[in-house]
Design a protein around this ligand. Structure first.
Ligand SMILES: [Zn+2]
Length: 126
């Protein structure tokens, strides 16, 4: 049901990490372990989930990674082994340095160009 998240009756400002994880979990459409788990919350225009962590909006996958797996290594960001930019299945995540991530996206972009659409970030190389 849309609009029900984050407005629990009588709730005050969500402050604890556990509360935020509960909010995060409620916005993940958890499926079988080998399936993609769609993000039900807001997303940016490229399909990447956005999650308000109590202080600021950030990548839903980044928050989920820290909640489910652990701290993201310095200089790394969340990448997906699947093609779904909004996927929240922890087994579909891996961390990579930004440089590698960008290179992969460029590769994907090149492959997608012939199909007439951009990569998950919406970047088009000319
Ligand atoms: Zn996935």
């Amino acid at each position: 049901m849309a609009g029900s998240m984050g407005r629990r009756p009588g709730s005050k400002t969500v402050t604890s990490f556990e509360d935020r994880v509960a909010c995060y979990d409620a916005m993940v459409d958890g499926k079988e372990a080998d399936e993609c788990w769609p993000w039900l919350g807001t997303a940016n225009r490229h399909g990447y989930g956005r999650f308000f962590d109590g202080a600021k909006y950030r990548s839903a996958a980044a928050f989920g990674y820290e909640a489910k797996i652990g701290p993201i290594p310095e200089g790394h960001e969340i990448n997906h082994t699947c093609a779904s930019s909004g996927c929240q299945n922890p087994s579909h995540w891996f961390t990579d340095t930004h440089a590698v991530n960008m290179a992969e996206l460029r590769d994907r972009n090149q492959r997608n160009k012939s199909a007439g659409h951009t990569d998950a970030h919406g970047w088009v190389q000319s």
